[in-house]
Design a protein around this ligand. Structure first.
Ligand code: IN0
Length: 315
């Protein structure tokens, strides 16, 4: 319905559907791989298609990396899990991925299905080449440790904000750079540039999701750093009230400007990529993010309703 009222978005959507069909034929036949790719599609919408366009070995490694990270995220996010249960799971998660008998039920919807059937992800992980396994293990270990720190700590300063985003997204950049390098198609990117790729995506999500996060019951943690919002309001919630619109937009612009610091590194990272499929894989989320930044900048609607890019607009 949305697309038909926008004829220019029909062709990209048809192209996406055709790509989806071609790709479904390349998935390994075993049950654990069928589960992994099915799950990938359910938890990541359009991004699943982009992963599936990578070369065969890299595609399987990235699919498992993505699902491991989503599972870790599901544990971090589930406010129903008591902290004393949650911390050791986050810290030991990198060991659990080697053990198909391990499981922990949490999350909702597709995420709960992922957690309840995590053995399939483990079995598929154990089939990956050693180099891929090592990279995924190390990133999972460091991310789990970082998440555990921030379960008990608030994002106060801009340094905290950068550190939190490093744990949950910058490390993903390190991991992906190692996977690309292990495949043999790319030089190993620097940590600085790899980190920026994740930080730009994560900061954009944090900006866009202000309203969703602030209205969550029970109120979850907020990631807008106090050091930024305290210049504009006494409490972060105050930004959503109409009488504070002007200050809210100034604060929003401050946040977007902070995110854009990483854009130059992102361009440098992507311009060094040699393989076209790897480039597309990296560029599509970056384009979504820059589009989201453009849509959010100076836009008071961020504080009124959820601002999302439409799918047809991304291709
Ligand atoms: C990602 C990133 C991602 C892709 C490509 C290169 C990257 C380099 C460094 C860091 C991250 C990189 O992309 C996805 C995009 C995604 O999942 N989009 C969803 C939309 C959504 O809101 O869920 C979609 O359905 O299209 C991403 O956001 N993250 C991610 C996670 C794992 C991997 Cl392997 C790659 C999450 C995050 C937190 C930003 C790193």
């Amino acid at each position: 319905m949305g697309a038909l009222s926008r004829p220019e978005e029909v062709a990209p959507l048809v192209k996406m559907a055709a790509a989806a069909w071609r790709i479904r034929r390349q998935i390994p036949p075993q049950e654990h791989w069928a589960f992994a790719y099915d799950m990938l599609q359910k938890v990541s919408r359009s991004f699943a298609l982009v992963i599936q366009q990578l070369g065969p070995d890299l595609r399987n490694a990235v699919c498992i990396f993505y699902l491991v990270l989503r599972a870790l995220d599901t544990v971090e996010d589930d406010t129903g899990v008591p902290t004393e249960v949650k911390l050791p799971i986050l810290q030991e998660f990198y060991r659990h991925i080697y053990n198909p008998d391990w499981h922990f039920s949490c999350g909702r919807g597709h995420y709960r299905v992922l957690m309840d059937n995590f053995r399939h992800v483990s079995i598929a992980f154990l089939e990956l080449d050693q180099g891929y396994q090592n990279a995924i293990e190390e990133i999972t270990r460091r991310m789990g440790a970082g998440m555990a720190i921030y379960i008990c700590k608030e994002v106060e300063t801009v340094d905290d904000y950068n550190e939190y985003c490093h744990y949950v997204a910058g490390l993903v950049g390190y991991g992906l750079s190692r996977l690309f390098h292990a495949t043999g198609t790319e030089d190993l990117a620097s940590d600085q540039l790899s980190n920026s790729m994740g930080l730009f995506l994560q900061k954009t999500n944090i900006i866009r999701d202000y309203l969703e996060d602030i209205n969550e019951i029970p109120r979850c943690r907020m990631f807008w750093p106090r050091e930024i919002w305290s210049k504009y309001a006494d409490e972060l919630e105050d930004l959503k009230y109409e009488e504070n619109s002007e200050r809210a937009v100034q604060c929003l612009n401050d946040m977007v400007t902070n995110a854009l610091i990483h854009a130059e590194d992102c361009l440098q990272y992507m311009s060094a990529l040699k393989d076209n499929a790897n480039f597309r894989f990296c560029a599509i989320p970056q384009i979504m993010a820059i589009g989201t930044c453009a849509q959010c900048y100076n836009n008071v609607q961020v504080f009124r309703r959820v601002v999302k890019m439409r799918r047809g607009k991304t291709n």
